[in-house]
Design a protein around this ligand. Structure first.
Ligand code: NI
Length: 228
């Protein structure tokens, strides 16, 4: 399932993010790439332990915790601390699949995060740069994603994906991974669709007794499938 989540960040937050990122010390993105993806990767990245990455990453996590669509679609168990990258001057990232396991060392010890979902949070307005589309290949075909600043896209970590060359301006983004309570994309999609249906019914027929039953089905499926 490929899911855009609009307006994760407000315009005020975006202005703060851009001011902090414009003044930050960027490093070569290849430093954190895996063996195979280092050859495909050409961008700049904030070091994971940089104070700016830590500060803005915490704000992204806070925004995620308030977003019910994100929770419903990802059913997150662990979230890798958000990272930040920048593409300009023709930089790109060729086709690759993200590493299956990432080690989150932010808490002092290495905690494994299985990358069930990948997320990109766009931080530059689309009209401010040319190129830079996130191209995702999966069972649903090839999709090109270039969203408004503040919007997030969620997609399965199993997908082949790339970032097209940025030929004008600069593309700033945050990216991170989520280990879900549901490992399989197909299960997450069913639960998301069920949850969306229940919410719509709650809006239009709030008193209908079948809603209680349907909500029970949601939770009983989650109980059956989840690895909390
Ligand atoms: Ni990637």
């Amino acid at each position: 399932m490929l899911l855009p989540i609009p307006e994760l960040l407000s315009k005020e937050q975006l202005a703060h993010f851009r001011a902090r990122l414009d003044a930050a010390d960027w490093a070569d993105g290849r430093a954190t790439a895996g063996h195979q993806s280092a050859r495909a990767k050409d961008n700049a990245q904030l070091p994971e332990d940089s104070p700016v990455a830590r500060e803005l990453g915490a704000l992204v996590l806070e925004a995620l915790s308030r977003n019910s669509t994100f929770f419903s679609a990802a059913l997150p168990k662990r979230i890798y601390p958000p990272l930040f990258n920048r593409y300009a001057g023709g930089q790109s990232f060729g086709y690759h699949v993200d590493n299956a396991i990432r080690y989150d060392r932010s808490g002092g010890r290495a905690e494994a995060v299985r990358t069930d979902l990948s997320a990109t949070l766009f931080l530059s307005e689309p009209q401010d740069y040319d190129g830079g589309e996130l191209v995702i290949e999966d069972t649903f075909g090839t999709q090109q994603v270039k969203l408004a600043a503040g919007d997030l896209v969620l997609y399965p970590g199993t997908s082949l994906h790339k970032v097209l060359p940025v030929t004008r301006g600069a593309r700033l983004a945050s990216f991170f991974w989520i280990q879900s309570m549901l490992r399989e994309d197909a299960q997450r999609r069913l639960m998301f669709e069920l949850d969306v249906s229940i919410r719509r019914l709650t809006q239009s027929v709030p008193e209908h007794p079948a809603l209680v039953q349907l909500t029970g089905v949601y939770h009983n499926l989650l109980r059956r499938w989840a690895e909390p």
